[in-house]
Design a protein around this ligand. Structure first.
Ligand code: FES
Length: 486
């Protein structure tokens, strides 16, 4: 049997067996599409368009794809190919973006800092000590699961070489989209670093959870000198230690990096503690309905000004909701009582809010604009992040017997446009303090490590960090459930 795949102007023919799963065929032939849930039919992102022999739509597809069903759109993971077929897919592509940060660099050469996130890879190029270009793209490993544990499981099932090579290909794509640099700084969690370096990450996923290497590393990639800031433990890697370059040495603080995992660094006097808890990719805009990474048209803020107003990136037509958009709208709807204490979207007759808000409560969720909704499912996914983060922090403080410092630094691409009120009202953080938003602190920190002085600072402070295990404590589960409510 034959499958024809159209990607832009290219056509690829694939031989397959009757009954093969479409998503698996695409991935095993090196064609990667979004598949955040790893083919479980949950994320509804693995969208393809059948041009020939279109299968009957399933109920879940009719709900998720609405009008697009008539045009042949289907979810790849839900269909086994029974007849020769032709599908059209959208290839993952890099997006150029603006990234602002204070660079530290000892020379005028070209350098690139890369943050390899579990969901998004972001990079910025430095020339003459200034950022001249920045870029981001989805991590193609997303096809093998949304978080590091599912990637390791997939690697253990025989996909290690594929996972490693597609990641390296993406880094090479980034370099060729920019300019060949004289050096690079690579910031990533230990699982991503392992794939990037061709080291098996198996030990990260099983007790006693150890990374394949600890400390910093200088090596080469594609004939380019690279520096990897120190790895502390199985879940605290160079994406966290690079941020030490941004953090003060003269005052106590809590630093939280919120990504698919949440990591903490707590500084009390001269003591540094770190910890990590799983959070899920909701704030990366990936496992939420109508979710989007930060790209043109993505909703990043929602406000009420005589009616609901949505703000989109570069003022383009709304295409989806980013992590910051999710926090912003949840904060707003909590304020108007449209989301109750348990996280439930209330019925219109229960709400006491302006009519222009109440009439947006529909069967599918809360209507934001055009056909984009904040759904109950998205709110539940946000609750998982907030529960994990707040439970993790409470347990960390309890274990080390310390109080929360006043200064709280928040890292994560989503944090750029958020206000303090949105963070508190959404329940993302259930404690007070002076919040400082660092955006993508991994990349911003990496951009400071082209100078020796900052590298020495990061190396010196990393040695002081003591890792505290909390995610596997029985207390964590109890607190996690408690912190689900708003
Ligand atoms: S729904 Fe198909 S990969 Fe998630």
């Amino acid at each position: 049997m034959k499958l024809t795949v159209k990607i832009k102007d290219q056509i690829k023919q694939i031989q397959l067996n009757k009954g093969d799963n479409l998503l698996k065929i695409l991935h095993s032939n090196g064609i990667f599409i979004n598949a955040y849930c790893g083919g479980k039919g949950i994320c509804k992102k693995c969208i393809v368009r059948f041009l020939e022999n279109t299968p009957e739509p399933l109920k879940i597809e009719k709900e998720a794809l609405a009008d697009k069903i008539e045009e042949g759109y289907r979810l790849a993971c839900l269909h086994n190919i029974e007849k020769d077929a032709t599908v059209e897919i959208e290839a993952l592509k890099p997006i150029f973006s603006d990234f602002l940060a204070n660079v530290c660099c000892d020379d005028d050469k070209t350098h690139i800092a890369i943050d390899i996130g579990t969901t998004t890879i972001a990079a910025a190029m430095v020339e003459n000590k200034k950022i001249t270009n920045s870029i981001s793209l989805l991590n193609p490993q997303i096809a093998f699961g949304g978080d590091v544990i599912s990637r390791i499981a997939s690697s253990n099932e025989g996909n290690f070489n594929t996972l490693s090579s597609i990641l390296k290909d993406s880094i090479n794509d980034i370099i060729s989209s920019l300019k060949k640099p004289s050096s690079m700084v690579i910031c990533a969690n230990p699982t991503m670093l392992s794939f990037f370096l061709g080291l098996n990450p198996k030990s990260i996923g099983e007790y006693p959870y150890t990374p394949p290497f600890k400390g910093s590393l200088t090596t080469q990639f594609s004939d380019i000198d690279i520096y990897i800031p120190p790895v502390i433990g199985a879940f605290v890697g160079s994406d966290i230690t690079s941020a030490l370059s941004l953090l003060p040495e003269n005052e106590d603080f809590l630093f939280i990096d919120i990504g698919t995992n949440c990591e903490f660094i707590l500084k009390i006097k001269d003591n540094y503690f770190s910890s990590s808890v799983p959070a899920g990719p909701a704030l990366e805009g990936t496992n939420i309905d109508y979710g989007s990474i930060a790209q043109n048209g993505a909703i990043y803020k929602v406000s009420f000004e005589n009616g609901i107003k949505v703000y989109t990136i570069n003022n383009k037509k709304p295409t989806g909701i980013t992590g910051s958009g999710l926090i912003s709208v949840i904060a707003l709807l909590r304020k108007f009582g449209i989301i109750d204490k348990t996280g439930r979207l209330v019925e219109p007759w229960e709400a006491e809010a302006p009519f222009s808000i109440i009439n947006r409560i529909k069967g599918k969720g809360f209507l934001l604009t055009d056909d984009i909704y904040l759904t109950q499912n998205s709110i539940r996914n946000f609750q998982l992040v907030k529960a994990s983060l707040n439970a993790g922090l409470e347990l960390l403080l309890k274990k080390i017997g310390q109080k929360l410092p006043n200064k709280i630094f928040i890292g994560g691409g989503f944090s750029k446009s958020l206000s303090r009120d949105e963070i508190i009202n959404s329940g993302l953080l259930s404690f007070e303090g002076e919040f400082v938003m660092l955006q993508n602190s991994s990349l911003a920190g990496g951009l400071r490590l082209f100078c020796l002085k900052e590298r020495e600072k990061v190396e010196r402070l990393s040695k002081k960090i003591k890792y505290i295990e909390i995610a596997n404590e029985a207390d964590f589960e109890r607190l996690y459930i408690k912190k689900m409510d708003f």
